[in-house]
Write a protein that binds this ligand. Structure first.
Ligand code: NAD
Length: 342
């Protein structure tokens, strides 16, 4: 059986989840090269993986022929680095978000199409057992007509978190609470209930010394008529309190809460379905808000690259939440409703 060779770029915090997942799936993957501009981070990754280390991304692209380039660098670098890899004919897996600007994401998608390489965007929260169960209920149309959707992300990120890396909270490389910390939750709004017709939002940098927002609220009108709201803050005292989604429909109400949509708090429908038996076992405890989804995500990537299955989230799928976030930012800046598509 062929193992996919991996070149991972950006050996910071989230790379640990990637290394862990890739090593558990060793029948499908081999990490052959790693890259970071900070020697200390690179050395740690080389020691952990035994892969060849590069301090310069261009050198890696010149010298390696990976099956998949994995981008765990600051978000504003993903599109440019992805385009370079695509032009070399390599498949790409980008951490979320795939870019900080929609136009950069579009150029990345276009380049991948032209070069006939695959593009994957990590959305591991879609694979949470709680969210999978909710998705099944939606696909089976158990809610009937959907009236209202509410998403809350009440987390805490102290100033020290932003100060730990210069790119955090900048418009060019990161964005704020919507684009970084809560972007998986924006994805749930579009993936579960979308598409969105229009959005109206307000954002603020209320406390943290960053360029982008630490707090914001958005109101959404869906094409199916439902109204959605999303409330986000990174200023919750004193620690992460809630990451939740509530869907209220004609024939059902579900609330998935906990600190990272890990706990089904309410599950009620007008008629029985065998899925109802899984409600209690679907909830789980979390150590971090990242969840356990990276391994499941990589399983699907291997299925797509080696066994011809459809990818869970390709570039076009990853683009949807980015488009909604950009609309949220335009609305907040220009103080007006913004219609989608942009
Ligand atoms: N899926 C998730 O739940 C999740 C969670 C956290 C972060 N992320 C995403 O992962 C990405 C990285 O976040 P992080 O928290 O690991 O950041 P980080 O700052 O801890 O790590 C980024 C690493 O990239 C390196 N780097 C910077 N510029 C580089 C370059 N030009 N070439 C090579 N390496 C370079 C840095 O030295 C650092 O080691 C971001 O896009 C973030 O949004 C996703």
């Amino acid at each position: 059986m062929k193992q996919l060779s991996i070149a991972l770029v950006g050996c910071g915090r989230i790379s640990e989840k990637h290394f862990e997942a890739l090593m558990k799936l060793e029948q499908d993957y081999k990490i052959t090269s790693v890259c970071d501009v900070v020697k200390e981070n690179l050395d740690k990754a080389v020691e952990l993986t035994g892969a060849k280390g590069y301090l310069n991304y261009d050198d890696l692209l010149e010298n390696e022929k990976p099956d998949l380039v994995v981008l765990c660098t600051p978000s504003g670098l993903h599109a440019g680095q992805g385009i370079k890899a695509a032009k070399k004919g390599f498949n790409i897996l980008s951490e979320k978000p795939m870019a900080t600007k929609l136009k950069d994401a579009d150029l990345l998608i276009k380049t991948c199409d032209e070069m006939d390489v695959k593009l994957f965007v990590v959305k591991q929260n879609r694979l949470n057992s709680t969210i999978q169960l909710l998705k099944k209920a939606l696909d089976k149309k158990r809610f009937g007509k959907i009236y209202m959707v509410e998403v809350n992300v009440f987390w805490a990120r102290p100033q020290s978190y932003y100060d730990a890396a210069k790119w955090r909270g900048t418009w060019e490389f990161d964005g704020g609470a919507f684009l970084n910390q809560a972007s998986h939750y924006v994805d749930l709004l579009t993936w579960l209930v979308g598409p969105v017709e229009s959005v109206c939002a307000m954002t603020g940098t209320l406390e943290r010394k960053i360029e982008a927002e630490d707090t914001g609220a958005a109101v959404i009108r869906y094409r199916n008529g439902a109204i959605g709201t999303m409330n986000v803050t990174m200023l919750t005292y004193p620690k992460n309190l809630e990451g939740s989604i509530t869907i209220m429909g004609e024939k059902g109400t579900v609330r998935v809460g906990g600190i990272a949509v890990n706990d089904i708090k309410h599950w009620e429908f007008d008629s029985y379905d065998d899925d109802d038996k899984s409600v209690e076992t679907s909830s789980y405890k979390v150590e971090s808000v990242y969840g356990f989804g990276h391994q499941g995500y990589y399983k699907n990537v291997a299925d797509a690259l080696l066994r011809g299955l459809d990818p869970h989230t390709d570039g076009r799928e990853g683009r949807k939440s980015l488009e909604l976030i950009e609309a949220i930012y335009i609305s907040a800046k220009e103080r007006r409703f913004v219609n989608l598509p942009l």
